[in-house]
Each structure stands twice: as C-alpha cells, then as structure tokens.
Design a binder for this molecule. Structure first.
Ligand code: AMP
Ligand code: MG
Length: 468
C-alpha cells in the first residue's frame, strides 16, 4: 500500500526541526502490529511493509523524516536543547474520520539532538510502551498509540547487551510544552507565535476566531491537561518523568518511560530510579501539572497582552484557577469510580475519606470490590475505619452502584510483576506472555483472575528507568 503522508509541521514551521533519516535496520523482525489502530488510520499494511517501514529498513514512499527541536525543564532544571534524540517523524496521516496523526519512529538512530545518547531503544522498553499505552487507550485516557514494534536485529548496550527495537507510534501531534520553551528561551517570539497558531489550528480549531486566541489556547491546554492528570490519578498511574518536554499540547499522555501503576495506595509512591526527591511521585502529579503549565504560560506572555505586567496578571489568573479546576476534574473521576449518580457537594470529601480508609490497600482491587465488603475487607488494614465509610458511600451511591462501579473500574491493569515477566520473556525471544498480557489489558473490565492479583510478596521494590 502507499501511505498518503502530509507534512504540515515541516511545511508550516520551518526552523523548528532538522531533516534526518532513520538508521537502516539490517535484520528487522516484526514483533507487534496493532491492526485495529492501523484500521482506524485507514492503513491496510502487510506484515512485510510494517517490518520494513517501522524499523527504518526502508522508508515508506512519501515519508520525509525530521527530528523536532524542543527544550524542557527536567526535574526542575532547564535544558535549552533536547529535541528528538532517538526519534524520527515520518510525516502525518489523515485518518478516514478526518483526524490528523503524527507517525513517528522511536529508537531509530541518532540525530543532531542525540547529545551523548546512542539513538537506540531496546525491545523491552518499546513493548512496555505498547502495554501501557494500549491500556490507557482501552480506558479511554488520551494517549499516543503504538502502531508497531520491530526488532532491529542489532544489539544495544544498557546495563547489559539487549536486543534493539524501533517503536512506531502515532500521536495527535508531538508538540510539547518544551517545544514552546525552545523558542521562547531563544527570544524567538515570531516562532512562538507560529507554533501557537499551528497548535490552535491543529488541536483547538474552534479558538482561531476567539477574541484572545492565545489566552483561549492556554485555557484549553490547561483544561485538557487537568482532565488528563485526573484520569491518571483515577487509575493509579505514575508517569514518572513529567518534565515539560514530556507534556503534550494535545492533552495526550506521551513518553512512556519509567511509568508504572501503583498497587498499594501510598501518595508518595515513586518508581523511577532517578526520582530521588519524589518530584514526580503519585500525589505530586497534580502539583507538577500546575508547575508545567506555568512554564507554558511564560512562553505565551508576549502574546497575551502588549503590556507585560498586564500579561503576567492575566496568566497568573489562569494559573491560580488550575488547582480548583483540577479538584473538580478529580472529583468527577472519583464520582465515576464510586458509581455516584448526579453531583453532591460532599462527593470530594467522600472520596478523600475513602483514600484515608484505604491506607495502603491495593488501589485497583479496592474500587472493584467496593460493593462486596466480604471481598474488600481482607485488603484493608483498618477495617473499622472502612466499615464506617461504606455505609456513607452506600447511602450516597444508591441503587445500581455495584454495576456502575464494575463498569467504571478496571479489573485488569498492567501490573508491574506481569509487565516485567512479559518483557523478560520477550527479550529472550518468547513473545507469548506479552501477547497474552496485551490481550487481557485490552479488555480491562473482563475479570481474568490471573491478571488481577497484586505482585506476590517478594516482588519489588519496583524500580523503573529513563532513556531505555
Ligand atoms: P525522555 O526523558 O525519555 O523523554 O528523553 C529526554 C531527552 O533525551 C529527549 O531529548 C530524548 O530524545 C533524549 N534521549 C533519551 N534516550 C536517548 C537515547 N538513547 N539516545 C539519544 N537521545 C535520547
Ligand atoms: Mg521525552
């Protein structure tokens, strides 16, 4: 087949990227092809095409690979130049439903943005991105998607020698907070404006005619990101590296590196090996949301008002509104998880009190078992406190709560021990556990006992890594 690529980013935003070809994999082997996603994109790929095109062995006709420039605050410190150090944007695809997607290869070789890195990726981490992002998609959480993973036949060096792989991913776009920061840090206001105009046209077309389109744009990104982080919190998802270069303007979850799901509820949970201070701990994510959006707002100041003090005032207004907005988004997520019909002013407090009563209990199973106290109690340390909470919940939730809870809360999530087991097997050439886990994750509401249980005692403490 041929892919009808478009290249609006390259066409509209000269000076924001470099042209560079992916490395040519010499012995590619297709590990995963997401046929459902390919179908949604209007692509009828053969395995041979996927294997060649998504490994970099050959370029699909019409591709015009680029590496995008961006900057970013990493753990609070500003890096003025990051950029795609191991990724190549092949182009954009217009799906039959009219939506536009980036098609990007990750792990496809060095670019001028690679700094010290090798430009490569290993099989395990690329399959990890498939598992976690497919779960997010199955749960209706905005996310980039994994279209394919191809083993390259090469070895990459991490702690040890590992089989290399390339991930082909789709995204609403790869515009990041850090993309704006790259040009704002250079004082290139014209480029920031061009980026904002492009982002509005691509992601928020309704705002183009607004009185103050750049303020409306800031508001819209705040709204999408706030809902996204509320969704993450509802699932116990810990992104692990919420640097500003990993926050997408589209509101999608992006860059699945050291991310993982919390099992026992503990607000300070951190998995990433480098997050010593807990900056990106579970309960800090809503604070980082505000911090990162403040960095976006800073880049837009000159577009908000010709008078700088006034512009700062306008931006600060919006930023102080993030906390209450997030609280409302989180409460909406919790309402759904608790099966609460309508809205009641006490819903947020009811949810807060459940978290207190959970105190370390398995996040996912607690919600699944709310309506079955006999199954719930064994999870809970302080049963008396939970027993005091349950009647309050029942009184508020009313009839049909059990069914609503079962519909809102996943039975199966990508549990850390199972993810690790599947990736270890895949690294050794056995894809069967990966495919079984992937199938279960794609049906998260189907109770499959084998995938529902927390890690056995003795597993962990679980540690995840960046740049893998
Ligand atoms: P991340 O924290 O994974 O989002 O990556 C931060 C930056 O490091 C981005 O500019 C990446 O392109 C770059 N990077 C990560 N891993 C590699 C690698 N193996 N080779 C080159 N660049 C990398
Ligand atoms: Mg990144």
């Amino acid at each position: 087949m041929t892919i009808a690529f478009d290249h609006s980013y390259a066409r509209d935003l000269p000076g924001t990227y470099l042209r560079v070809d992916p490395d040519r994999a010499t012995a590619p082997k297709l590990l995963v092809l997401n046929r459902a996603l390919a179908g949604d994109l209007g692509l009828s790929l053969t395995d041979a095409e996927a294997e060649a095109w998504f490994s970099g062995a050959s370029l699909p006709p019409g591709a015009d690979p680029i590496a995008q420039a961006y900057a970013g605050h990493q753990f609070g410190g500003f890096s003025p130049q990051l950029g795609d150090g191991r990724a190549h944007l092949l182009g954009e695809i217009l799906a039959p439903d009219g939506r536009r997607f980036d098609l990007q290869l990750k792990g496809s070789g060095k670019t001028p943005f690679s700094r010290g890195g090798d430009g490569k990726a290993a099989v395990g981490p690329m399959l990890r991105e498939v598992l976690i992002s497919e779960f997010m998609a199955a749960m209706g959480v905005p996310t980039t998607r994994a279209l394919a993973v191809v083993a390259t036949g090469e070895e990459v060096w991490r702690e040890t020698k590992l089989p290399g792989a390339v991930l082909a991913r789709t995204a609403a776009s790869h515009l990041r907070v850090g993309t704006f920061q790259f040009f704002a840090a250079r004082g290139d206001q014209a480029q920031v404006k061009a980026l904002a105009d492009y982002a509005i046209a691509r992601h928020y077309p309704d705002l183009a005619g607004a009185d103050q389109p750049y303020l409306a744009f800031l508001d819209a990104v705040i709204a999408r990101q706030s809902r996204l982080i509320a969704d993450w919190m509802g699932l116990g998802f810990i992104h692990g590296v919420m640097n500003t270069d990993n926050m997408a303007i589209s509101g999608e979850t992006i860059d699945y590196g050291p991310c993982a799901f919390m099992e026992g509820y503990a607000p300070g949970t951190v998995f990433s090996s480098i997050d010593h201070q807990g900056r990106y701990a579970y309960a800090n994510q809503p604070l980082i949301l505000g911090w990162n959006l403040a960095r976006l707002a800073e880049t837009l100041i000159p577009l908000l008002d010709p008078e700088p003090d006034r512009a700062v005032e306008i931006a600060n207004d919006r930023l102080t509104a993030i906390a209450p907005r997030y609280r409302a988004d989180w409460t909406a997520v919790m309402r759904r998880k608790l099966g609460l019909p309508g809205e009641d002013p006490g819903d947020g407090a009811l949810a807060d009190d459940l978290l207190t009563a959970m105190d370390g209990a398995d996040w996912t199973l607690t919600f699944r078992r709310l309506a079955d106290p006999a199954a719930l109690r064994p999870l809970i340390d302080d049963v008396a406190r939970m027993d005091a909470w349950l009647p309050r919940w029942l009184a508020r939730a009313g009839d049909g709560a059990a069914q609503r809870v079962a519909k809102a809360n996943p039975a199966v999530i990508p549990r850390n021990h199972q993810v690790e087991e599947a990736l270890a097997a895949a690294t050794n050439g056995d894809m069967a556990p990966f495919h079984a886990l992937l199938a279960a994750i794609r049906q998260p509401f189907s109770a499959v006992e084998a995938y529902m249980l927390p890690a056995p005692t003795g597993f962990g403490p679980y540690v995840t890594y960046c740049g893998t």
